[in-house]
Design a protein around this ligand. Sequence first.
Ligand SMILES: [Fe+2]
Length: 290
Amino acid sequence: MTAITPLDAAFGAEIRGVDLAAGAGEALMRLLTGALYDHRVIVIRDQSLDEESYLGFGRQWGEPIPHVLDHMRMAGYPELMTVGNTEKRDEDPKIRNGAALWHTDQSYEKAPASATMLYSIVAPAEGGETQFCDMAAAWDNLDEAMKRRIAGIRVAHKYGRGKRRADEPPANPIANDEQDSRVPPVWHPLVMPHPVTGRRALYALGHGAYAIEGMADAEAEALLDELKDHALEERHIYRHKYAAGDLVVWDTLQTMHAATPIGVATGKADSRLLWRISVRGRPAVHAEAA
Ligand SMILES: [Fe+2]
């Protein structure tokens, strides 16, 4: 019996009674996508998937995006990426903690991610949370004057650019000019209606957002700072502590997220390994939605 239960948190929902190894048919995908649109983050518990079944599930949410950092892709599965602290490369804190700043996946691309998922293979006893920010609630909670001021604004995004808070590390660095040339600056609306539900949200105030169209740099920086501070108020935040088998999906168009910094694994108790898929476009079951 499938059960959808709102988390004891500002937003998000937990889903139990689902076995995705058996595949997800249309009815289940409607249930899961509906839960995502209602709650922005869904935590599907107790999954047991291999690379193929996970990728098959991911493809039902949209078109998987091979990451611009192609050295981070999983061997044999370019649409998957491992995230954690157990591999040789994770000894470098710039890689291991390269997502420990507020960001929105692929906001630096013309067609950004619509959903991202992390499937927990190994979960540490302590730490390793993913923090989420509800950007739909952040929009709702702006005063009317600010809503009017920012409607229609476009923001410039570029991987690695943009201001960070004092407590945010830099993003996982681009490795070479060839990678850099694949992600020129792009513009996105600051306020975006959701492509399926139409619900409005603030979009991508974290890593990569660096300028506003037609606005002087100092004024743009102050406005982006003010909106980011508002979005990151505690009432808009959920921190997910993983159990092995959790498959967490988030609506990338209506949230920001940040990893929490973690050390290199020394044994099983402090090891962290997740598989990541990021997709763009609509889920197949909502291909016709208005
Ligand atoms: Fe991310």
